[in-house]
Write a protein that binds this ligand. Structure first.
Ligand code: THU
Length: 135
């Protein structure tokens, strides 16, 4: 699948963001190695800490459906309206990616639009990460 299409799906997912506290809307589209896509949005909570990021929503949906092999994730974030800046994944989400993805291969696409994006590997965003291979 083209990055452009994965970003389009992340933008679609962002529309579902439940963000009454921060108003910061994030969407993610996670591509499996077999070509399926799982979408996720951030889901906030009145107690704040139970908040789930868009990336983890997408991962947990996929893993709970039996998926274990992932190729890429597109992420878009920002306040209402078109995204203005790149929304990089938080440290907790990078660690969740580390559990299921090959850091040298897994692609993280942060986008402001279907045309404008930055692509990094997980190894670039989480150098010397700790993962299943360390145990
Ligand atoms: N958020 C994400 O969904 N993904 C990230 O990687 C960074 C932060 C969400 C959590 C919270 O709902 C809002 O953005 C502001 O932190």
């Amino acid at each position: 699948m083209e990055n452009k299409e994965l970003i389009r799906l992340a933008l679609e997912a962002r529309e579902m963001a439940y963000v009454p506290y921060s108003n910061y809307m994030v969407g993610a589209a996670l591509l499996t190695k077999q070509g399926r896509v799982y979408k996720g949005c951030n889901i906030e909570n009145a107690a704040y800490t139970p908040t789930n990021c868009a990336e983890r929503t997408a991962f947990f949906k996929a893993v709970s459906e039996g998926e274990r092999e992932f190729a890429a994730i597109a992420i878009v974030g920002g306040y209402e309206g078109a995204p203005k800046d790149y929304a990089y994944p938080c440290g907790v989400c990078r660690q969740v990616m580390m559990e299921f993805c090959n850091p040298a291969e897994f692609r993280i696409i942060t986008a402001v639009s279907e045309e404008q994006y930055v692509e990094r590997t997980l190894a670039e965003l989480l150098p010397e990460g700790f993962g299943p291979d360390n145990l």
